[in-house]
Design a binder for this molecule. Structure first.
Ligand code: NAG
Ligand code: NAG
Ligand code: NAG
Ligand code: NAG
Ligand code: NAG
Ligand code: NAG
Length: 509
């Protein structure tokens, strides 16, 4: 007997000829609803088709047809899983977790009957959660982000559709900066304020854990949080002096100083100390452009400031250093993009008198005398009992008097005992206890501490405090006996030469 052929419609079906089929033909079958776990092995029993009575009947032809038919095969009356060729039944891979197959039954002399086989594929936890993209994630967060606000969202997936909860790994380096308030959401909240100026990068590990499974598989992602600079800092003048104040390190503006000369207009910008006028945005990550200006002041119109570079030039010369010894300027540096973010520094421009000559003593050496005695202060005298006055002249000034000249006694002052000055000579002794040079050039001695016949060689310096120039002279001092008269004239100096003697020029003015 020829086997009935499958209907043309079912050409793709898997046909099975049950040559020994029994029972009451195709009528013994019915629709089948069943289930099978995913990942079941090849050959697993899916359903047993009903057996009919024991009367041998005509041969039946059974066909499995339809889209999902290849998942099954018939083994006698058993419907089994076809997972051959390493093709596992993976629920997550299926278009639908329900497989549907039509079973057609053909019997000689009857039209074929069609039954439905519906197999639900049961889920197993065969997938672990994983983070989208890589397990190394980067997020940018502004340092101005509010505490308690959501700064990023960690999203993991689980192919089995398991419910996930997210936790911050407290062992990760910067865990204390972050918090997850709603464990199922993956939304990470900022727990404490960020500060770009102290930390630019944070690292935290977020773990997603399955909540509703026995295995509780988990996955972790290392999240690098790049802190972005927000505009929260003001410009700073440089070089700044760091100072600590109540635990804070402050950057205080320098006072810029420069010199100009009276009556002179130098070309080019002034040269300031401790450096050029320069300010920077305190937000290192933003470095907003800075613009400079001078705050209006008494003398500010005399100057021009380059709004881009901060270079200051003198526009009109200062007429008199005596009337205007110094000019104070207030320099403002502000962000071009936000003028309310600014800093102000002071600049002092000192007006110097023109200096062409150093101060000079009229002589390189003077003779002086002082009587030993009980007095605590005695003026040094020169020939004929005139008061010795050491005056350095500065031709830059009228009458040669530079008010900036200061006198001092050099520490390299020699001292000897006895008539011969090379006896017991002591070098470089500090005689500031014994002698003092007054601002007017007079020299005062502690006569009560001096012994008759002592000789001293004092070195006196005159320094122009404005220009720094110095000049020196030597005073050969002889201590006289009380009542001993000062020599009237000097025939010979210490080295035998005749000293020019003009007592009038030595008189105090
Ligand atoms: C099982 O499936 C494979 C792959 O789809 C197929 O080649 C094979 O013919 C099937 N076996 C049966 C018995 O249906
Ligand atoms: C983070 O910011 C940098 C620039 O600062 C940018 O290059 C990068 O694309 C940003 N990354 C993200 C994830 O937004
Ligand atoms: C993640 O799983 C590992 C082992 O599979 C376990 O040691 C670890 O504690 C789990 N982490 C969390 C946060 O559940
Ligand atoms: C700087 O000054 C020039 C003109 O002197 C002006 O055109 C420019 O807008 C100024 N720039 C800023 C930032 O103020
Ligand atoms: C002091 O004496 C030394 C050596 O005798 C000499 O070199 C030095 O110039 C003297 N100092 C003064 C201020 O005369
Ligand atoms: C200005 O002059 C004084 C001396 O008069 C000097 O000490 C100072 O260094 C000068 N300053 C500058 C910036 O040149």
């Amino acid at each position: 007997m020829a086997a009935p052929s499958c209907p043309a419609l079912l050409a793709a079906c898997l046909a099975l000829l049950l040559a020994t089929a029994q029972g009451d033909g195709c009528g013994s079958f019915g629709n089948v609803f069943t289930e099978i776990a995913e990942n079941s092995a090849h050959g697993s029993l899916v359903a047993r088709l009903p057996a009919g009575g024991d009367a041998p009947g005509a041969p039946l032809q059974l066909c499995l047809i339809g889209h999902d038919a290849a998942w099954f095969y018939l083994d006698g009356r058993s419907l089994r899983l076809n997972a051959s060729n390493g093709r596992a039944l993976d629920r997550e891979e299926l278009e639908s977790p329900v497989l549907m197959v039509a079973l057609t039954c053909a019997e000689d002399g009857f039209s074929p009957v069609e039954y439905r086989i519906i197999v639900q594929v049961l889920n197993e936890n065969d997938n672990r959660p994983h983070f989208q993209g890589a397990s190394d994630l980067t997020h940018n967060v502004s340092e101005l982000a509010a505490v308690h606000s959501v700064v990023f969202s960690a999203q993991a997936e689980d192919a089995d559709g398991d419910t996930l909860m997210y936790v911050i790994d407290t062992a990760s380096p910067d865990a204390r900066f972050f918090r997850i308030d709603l464990p199922n959401s993956g939304k990470v909240v900022l727990a404490r304020a960020l500060d770009f100026e102290s930390r630019q990068q944070l690292e935290v590990v977020v773990t997603a854990v399955e909540m509703n499974t026995r295995e509780r598989f988990n996955a972790s992602a290392r999240v690098r949080v790049q802190v972005l600079d927000g505009d929260d800092q003001y410009p700073q003048f440089l070089p700044c002096a760091p100072r600590t104040h109540r635990g804070l390190t402050l950057c205080t503006s320098p006072v810029y100083t420069a010199n100009v000369t009276e009556g002179q207009l130098q070309t080019g910008p002034l040269s300031f100390s401790p450096g050029d006028v320069y300010a920077e945005d305190g937000d290192r990550g933003l470095r907003a452009a800075i613009t400079y200006s001078l705050l209006a002041g008494q003398e500010s119109s005399r100057f021009h400031i380059d709004n881009m570079t901060g270079a200051i030039t003198l526009l009109r010369a200062v007429e008199s250093s005596r009337r205007t010894p110094a000019i104070s300027l207030s320099i403002m540096a502000s962000q071009v993009n936000d003028v309310t973010k600014f800093a102000v520094a002071q600049a002092v421009v000192r007006v110097l008198a023109p200096n062409r000559h150093p101060p000079r003593f009229p002589r390189s050496s003077f003779r002086a005398f002082v009587p030993a005695g009980a007095r605590e202060a005695a003026l040094l005298l020169t020939y004929g009992g005139h008061v010795l006055a050491l005056r350095a002249r500065d031709p830059d000034f009228p009458q040669g008097v530079n008010p900036q000249v200061r006198y001092s006694l050099s520490s390299s002052t020699n001292h000897s005992h006895g008539q011969h000055r090379d006896q017991h000579q002591e070098q470089g002794q500090d005689h500031s206890q014994l002698f003092q040079v007054m601002p007017n050039g007079l020299v005062v001695a502690r006569a009560d501490l001096l012994q008759p016949a002592q000789r001293y060689r004092l070195q006196v310096l005159a320094r122009d405090e404005e220009s720094g120039e110095t000049s020196s002279t030597t005073v050969e001092l002889e201590v006289l006996w009380p009542g001993q008269a000062e020599p009237a004239l000097v025939p010979a100096g210490p080295c035998g030469q005749i000293l020019p003697d003009t007592p009038q020029s030595l008189l105090p003015q």
